[in-house]
Write a protein that binds this ligand. Structure first.
Ligand code: BG6
Length: 477
């Protein structure tokens, strides 16, 4: 059925993040992180946005990350399921606060290192290549309360120490690294993205872009260190991707879409090209932002990434008169609702051609190999009387996106691999729900933390196994 050919050695797999899967939020000496403070329910959004401070846990609130899907204790069985599907790559993240519980210690926590060593060895046992994110929405809380998180330049030192520890401890076990998950989400969800909490006096834009500068310097610095420790290491940046379409061909709308794209691509422009883009100076001036640089920053930023990774769920849409009322924030980034594409039950657009468009734009711009490290459909699954789960809607979404990725490869773009998001059901980052499911494997747990946590293979499990076995040639049911 597929007209496209995937290169030999193309990596096929799935992705999780520590904060949405591991649970055991204090086990082995782990410290509290930002995500551990984000409750389910009405306070979730204001806390995520950094508008409602949450420095201590509240008895009456439910925090989905605390137990999540218990991957911390079940990882061996879960990796075995991924191996059964034929995964050749598995993306997860290291919880910074398992390695450095407070974040500012001088020596790491041996329990944290032992846990991840065992996890990566488990992958190795099945010939699965780990793809590891150093920071996926989980800054140690002590760094938030003591230092103000990434608004403080000292974070560069803490993150560098943490990253170096990981590169040394897992040298030879992990080759593919990502520095910050969806680094541009710092702008759209500042507390979950970067541990930022705003006070009444803060100029939000100033705080966010200064924090961004610190993250960008830290990212470049650790890229350099990763290469020094092992020249085989491959380090990527990670964008919450999806091009903005202009609402119309009115030049005003076209310009608005270009500006919106630049807002997100600014980060990757720095990480992939090694310097602030030419448009940044004017944007900062007009927003009243003054970035504090230190001597040597420009030199550090020249250490660019080896590949560009990104998540893609849907395209976005912008117009010159876009405002709070006419836009909505599916996957956090504000967008107009595009009437030409269907939507998921959570209102997220479904636009496979948008993936091909996004990939072409990114390769034209960066000329570095791409890695699609998140893609998938969040949907409600029903269990049939016989215990089966027929998630044909998920198969259909993934099939169309794999085809679009194949077209982008045929367009001449080098692509390292593909990891679907939430290969096993996990906690949704935006809403904290379990009922918004992405997995090939169902996890028996509800939005309030009830359920046996038992794992069940869905129809898509068998389908993806066949896709991988045929290297993307057989996409049929
Ligand atoms: C990405 C994140 O933004 O989208 C993931 O990197 C997240 O952490 C995923 O889970 C899907 O979003 P959600 O809100 O449906 O979980």
């Amino acid at each position: 059925m597929s007209a496209v050919t995937f290169p030999e050695g193309f990596l096929w797999g799935g992705a999780l993040a520590a904060n949405q899967s591991e649970g055991s939020y204090l086990a082995g000496g782990k410290g509290l992180t930002t995500v551990d403070m984000i409750p389910h329910g009405e306070h979730r959004m204001p806390v995520k946005l950094g508008l409602e401070p949450r420095y201590s846990l509240q008895d009456e609130e439910y925090y989905p990350s605390h137990d999540a899907i218990d991957f911390y204790r079940r990882y061996k069985d879960d990796i075995a399921l991924m191996a059964e599907m034929g995964f050749t790559v598995f993306r997860t993240s290291i919880a910074w606060s398992r390695i450095y519980p407070n974040g500012d210690e001088l020596t790491p926590n041996p329990n944290g290192i032992a846990f991840y060593r065992s996890l990566f060895e488990e992958c190795q046992k099945y010939g699965i290549t780990p793809l590891v994110t150093l920071c996926h929405f989980d800054v140690p809380m002590h760094l938030v309360t003591e230092y103000g998180s990434w608004r403080n330049r000292k974070m560069i030192e803490f993150f560098t120490r943490y990253a170096r520890t990981c590169f040394e401890a897992f040298n030879g076990l992990v080759k593919y690294w990502l520095t910050f998950n969806e680094i541009n989400i710092l702008l759209h969800s500042p507390f979950s993205g970067a541990g930022l909490v705003f006070g009444p006096e803060d100029n939000h834009e100033q705080v966010k872009y200064q924090a961004a500068h610190h993250e960008l310097v830290a990212s470049a610095q650790v890229t350099k260190i990763a290469h020094e420790i092992n020249s085989e290491n491959q380090v990527g940046c990670m964008l919450a991707g999806g091009n903005f379409y202009p609402w119309s061909c009115n030049p005003e709308d076209v310009w608005a879409a270009l500006e919106k794209d630049r807002e997100n691509l600014f980060f990757i422009d720095v990480q992939a090209r090694g310097a602030y883009p030419s448009y940044a100076a004017r944007v900062f001036r007009e927003k009243g932002i003054e970035i504090e640089w230190q001597p040597g920053d420009a030199e550090i930023l020249r250490h660019t990434v080896d590949f560009v990774s990104f998540s893609y769920y849907a395209s976005r849409c912008a117009s010159a008169d876009m405002n709070e009322k006419n836009s909505s924030a599916a996957n956090v980034v504000k967008s107009l609702t595009n009437p030409h594409i269907p939507r998921s039950a959570w209102g997220w657009g479904i636009d496979p051609l948008g993936l091909r468009i996004t990939m072409n734009m990114m390769y034209d711009r960066y000329q570095k190999p791409l890695f699609l490290v998140e893609n998938g459909l969040g949907a409600r699954d029903e269990i049939e009387a016989n215990g089966e789960i027929h998630d044909d809607y998920r198969i259909s979404y993934l099939r169309q996106h794999i085809q679009a990725m194949g077209e982008a490869i045929a367009d001449g773009i080098p692509v390292i691999g593909y990891t679907t998001w939430g290969c096993i059901d996990l906690v949704a980052a935006s809403t904290g729900e379990m009922s918004k499911r992405y997995g090939f494997v169902y996890v028996d747990r509800d939005d309030h933390g009830k359920g046996t946590l038992a794992r069940t293979r869905k129809k898509s499990f068998w389908w993806y196994k066949k896709v991988i076995a045929s290297n993307g040639q057989d996409l049929t049911d």
